[in-house]
Design a binder for this molecule. Structure first.
Ligand SMILES: *[C@@H]1O[C@H](CO)[C@@H](O)[C@H](O)[C@H]1NC(C)=O
Ligand SMILES: *[C@@H]1O[C@H](CO)[C@@H](O)[C@H](O)[C@H]1NC(C)=O
Ligand SMILES: *[C@@H]1O[C@H](CO)[C@@H](O)[C@H](O)[C@H]1NC(C)=O
Ligand SMILES: *[C@@H]1O[C@H](CO)[C@@H](O)[C@H](O)[C@H]1NC(C)=O
Ligand SMILES: *[C@@H]1O[C@H](CO)[C@@H](O)[C@H](O)[C@H]1NC(C)=O
Ligand SMILES: *[C@@H]1O[C@H](CO)[C@@H](O)[C@H](O)[C@H]1NC(C)=O
Ligand SMILES: *[C@@H]1O[C@H](CO)[C@@H](O)[C@H](O)[C@H]1NC(C)=O
Ligand SMILES: *[C@@H]1O[C@H](CO)[C@@H](O)[C@H](O)[C@H]1NC(C)=O
Length: 511
């Protein structure tokens, strides 16, 4: 998650300075696409180094399951824990059973989802306890964590987390809250195929992903599997696995890394269009937050065009042939995507809405923030649905400050209290001292949070729906759906939430 510099303009000039380079890069990108073979590890193959095996979906060549784990720790099941292919469950009376279509195309059904973030891709702000013992030694992201620990310790460290952060109880609780979808971020390392210098733990997370999907199936919750971290880092943010330079499209190996990402999508699309998974994993995120605002909109569009061909070549075209494909707006706004892929086959656009990463939005008063959520965000969903097609919000939260510990990265400060990048605090006496402590929230503040949650989901349901970031955190209540329900600012059942906030406040979804 987290487009920290979503609206920072500092780097935009870089874009124009490098425009000519970007055009050449876009050209090379297309050339390389034709040349690079689709050869990566498939964690579901016993002999995963054989990339030439026929993996097409005729029912006989189905991927059969993950590799057998060799770690004797908390060993996850190697085959689904529950009978597979029983897709009759439904999460609630408003959502069709898995084996009946969910109508993504017309907007009649709304995705009401949460992200299972900080699970198979780590984020210091979601689970600081995984990082804190190692911060003194320079750990700032999953790359440096794995590198410091080395393969064996990293594997044990991650496996303890994978096996406890998400459990069957997670899905059971979400179902009880009226949630009908989860978005599960994964890193490319879930499928293996790492180079010698990439320290990530390969394929382990794949096993846990499949285990999570079986629980989702049991509770009738649909899954969006989502590539959150690509080789080389598509945005340079810590949640791409590696904080620092963008080496995807941009940078010395950027072209190769962008091309290297495509076979991962091919493998995912192929796997999740098989009969065991098509019902439960009917939408797939091609790539989270590629930094189009820094590396150029055109090359990112070119790459998404290639990604769509790779995915549809793997699944076949038309309804029922593989998952819907979700593309992200790349932090350049929905308008930039109007008319993109005009005859795209089951493509949806994803945007992430946060106010705490943008000084102007963070400094608005609460009334203006509520109006903004209803009118501007609601309006933009309507416009994008007309001009692009189905549009959704894959990430948002009720946080109005950026006080969550490590939210801006390990070692970074906070906009709210004036410790980030030299900008003044929200107001002269703003501090982060109590912002992460829900027991200090006043009834008025909780009422605001409640309105702000409703304003957002009503706005986002002007499009195809929403996914809250995140289902839980270790200690930042504003970023935790579970904490919101417990604290009373998120409805106990999101399908039965009373009168419309935006309408009662007199706000129209029109911008
Ligand atoms: C790889 O798979 C292909 C096609 O299934 C098969 O012909 C070939 O023998 C396999 N190679 C190895 C090394 O297993
Ligand atoms: C893969 O399997 C499909 C379906 O059986 C078949 O049509 C296709 O020719 C095979 N491809 C290769 C490369 O073996
Ligand atoms: C399939 O799942 C449904 C709902 O989860 C359950 O009621 C039913 O008994 C299951 N059917 C079989 C054959 O296991
Ligand atoms: C680190 O990730 C958080 C979300 O986990 C994001 O808000 C922040 O901007 C990222 N910081 C950097 C420097 O990548
Ligand atoms: C793009 O790549 C160059 C060369 O590696 C690097 O200096 C620059 O910082 C990168 N740009 C971004 C935005 O990461
Ligand atoms: C909030 O900000 C708006 C726009 O700046 C202003 O018109 C309004 O009076 C403010 N409301 C409060 C309660 O401060
Ligand atoms: C700042 O402190 C002053 C004096 O205690 C108080 O009147 C004011 O409401 C505070 N402002 C905020 C935004 O908390
Ligand atoms: C949270 O606030 C409560 C009430 O003010 C206080 O008792 C508690 O110690 C605080 N917790 C933390 C972790 O600061």
């Amino acid at each position: 998650m987290g487009a920290a510099s979503k609206h920072d303009n500092n780097n935009r000039s870089c874009l124009s300075r490098h425009k000519w380079k970007i055009s050449i890069l876009a050209f090379i990108l297309i050339a390389v696409a034709v040349a690079v073979p689709l050869a990566i590890l498939k964690p579901w193959d016993k002999n995963s180094s054989n990339s030439s095996s026929n993996n097409s979906h005729n029912g006989n060549n189905q991927p059969t399951g993950p590799v057998t784990p060799t770690n004797p720790g908390p060993i996850p099941p190697t085959t689904p824990v529950l009978p597979s292919k029983n897709d009759t469950a439904r999460p609630n009376a408003y959502t069709p059973p898995l084996n009946e279509p969910f109508d993504y195309a017309t907007g009649k059904m709304k995705m009401r989802g949460v992200n299972l973030g900080g699970w198979l891709v780590l984020e210091p702000f979601i689970s600081p306890s995984l990082f804190e013992p190692y911060i003194k030694q320079g750990v700032i992201d999953e790359w440096t964590l794995c590198k410091l620990l080395g393969p064996e310790k990293a594997k044990a460290h991650l496996e303890a987390h994978y096996s406890s952060w998400v459990t069957e109880d997670t899905f059971s609780r979400l179902q009880g809250m009226g949630i009908n979808h989860v978005r599960i971020p994964i890193g490319f390392w879930a499928l293996g195929g790492l180079t010698a210098d990439e320290p990530y733990v390969p394929t382990l997370s794949w096993t846990y992903l499949l285990r999570g999907i079986e629980w989702a199936r049991k509770y009738g919750i649909r899954v969006m599997v989502e590539l959150h971290a690509a080789p080389g880092s598509q945005n340079g943010w810590n949640h791409s696995g590696r904080l620092g330079v963008i080496n995807w499209i941009n940078g010395t190996e950027g072209i190769a890394n962008a091309q290297r990402t495509l076979p991962y999508l091919q493998q995912l699309a192929t796997f999740f269009s098989g009969p065991d998974y098509a019902h439960v994993a009917p939408i797939m995120g091609l790539l989270n937050e590629p930094a189009a605002h820094l590396i150029g909109v055109d090359p990112v569009k070119t790459w998404y065009t290639q990604a769509m061909s790779v995915v549809r070549a793997a699944t076949g075209a038309g309804e029922g042939k593989g998952p819907w494909a979700i593309i992200h707006d790349g932090m350049v706004g929905l308008n930039a995507w109007a008319g993109f892929l005009p005859s795209g086959d089951r493509v949806m656009l994803d945007t992430h809405q946060y106010i705490m990463f943008n000084d102007d939005l963070m400094r608005m008063n609460q009334t203006t923030q509520l109006k903004f959520a209803c009118e501007t965000w609601g309006g933009s969903m309507i416009t994008s649905t007309k001009e692009f097609g189905p549009t959704m919000v894959g990430e948002f939260s009720v946080a109005v400050n950026d006080c969550a510990t490590y939210l801006n990265g390990i070692g970074a400060g906070y906009r709210w209290d004036g410790t980030y990048n030299g900008a003044p605090p929200k107001s002269p006496n703003s501090t982060c001292t109590n912002e992460n402590n829900a027991s200090t929230y006043t009834p008025e503040y909780k009422k605001f949070l409640s309105n702000y949650f409703l304003a957002q989901i009503e706005a986002f349901e002007q499009g195809a729906g929403w996914f809250y970031w995140n289902f839980k955190t270790e200690n930042n209540p504003l970023w935790s759906y579970f904490a919101g329900v417990e604290g009373g600012w998120i409805p106990k059942d999101v399908n039965n939430r009373g009168a419309s906030y935006c309408a009662s406040a007199g706000y129209k979804f029109s911008g």
